[in-house]
Design a binder for this molecule. Structure first.
Ligand code: GDP
Length: 195
């Protein structure tokens, strides 16, 4: 995909606020700090369109980015860190569930996990939840540049086994630093847009 135009459109906490121009959409999900903003910036070749930060939990809204006036990326809030009150965690969870179950324009999900660690319990729950929605899922293992090449296969297998990934769903090894996986992810997204 040649990205000619990419723009941040809006942030939403409830369906009435979601963009309503009916373009297809890909949702990105993963724990805080997994590299979601970096992946969006890498895909769109923008330095700072999605705000990256090492501070977990800065994104408490679903953030929508429109690409080439053709489709959206929806950046859903990162999950999985201990330092927020349970009430806040619960409201995030409700917001995510509402989004994923009600959003009719969803064309696919991108679930991010960090290649260095076995997927957490929350990663596993997220994958199972996404699976139940029966839409295409791409699992992206981020920060591949942080482990040596001879460990890629071993770590990829741990991700697949821990998530109990279906063979239907690809695992894409990705690095926002080296751009590894970028072309493969674009090819997958383009194929889904053409369906
Ligand atoms: P988010 O919270 O999921 O949006 O994560 P960010 O994109 O803000 O990334 C969290 C931290 O990981 C930042 O310090 C990034 O620079 C770093 N990071 C993200 N992706 C990569 C990657 O592919 N390789 C390396 N080496 N660092 C990354």
């Amino acid at each position: 995909m040649k990205v000619i135009k990419s723009e941040y459109v809006l942030s939403a906490v409830k369906p009435a606020q979601y963009p309503d121009d009916a373009l297809p959409e890909f949702a990105l999900a993963g724990r805080s700090n997994v590299g979601k903003s970096s992946l969006i910036n890498c895909m769109l070749q923008r330095k700072n369109l999605a705000r990256t930060s090492s501070k977990p939990g800065k994104t408490q809204t679903i953030n929508f980015y429109r690409i080439n006036d053709l489709f959206y990326f929806a950046d859903v809030p990162g999950y999985g860190f201990a330092k927020v009150p349970k009430s806040v965690r619960n409201s995030w969870q409700k917001m995510m569930e509402t989004y994923f179950t009600k959003r009719e324009t969803l064309r696919g999900m991108i679930q991010l996990v960090d290649i260095r660690h076995a997927p957490s319990r929350e990663d596993q729950q997220m994958y199972q939840f996404l699976r139940y929605l029966e839409l295409p899922i791409m699992v992206v293992a981020t920060k591949v540049d942080k482990i040596s090449r001879n460990k890629w296969n071993k770590h990829a297998k741990i991700v697949k086994d821990t998530l109990q990934m279906s063979k239907e769903h690809p695992l894409i090894l990705f690095s926002s630093t080296t751009k590894m996986g970028r072309d493969e992810l674009w090819q997958r997204l383009e194929a889904l847009l053409e369906d």
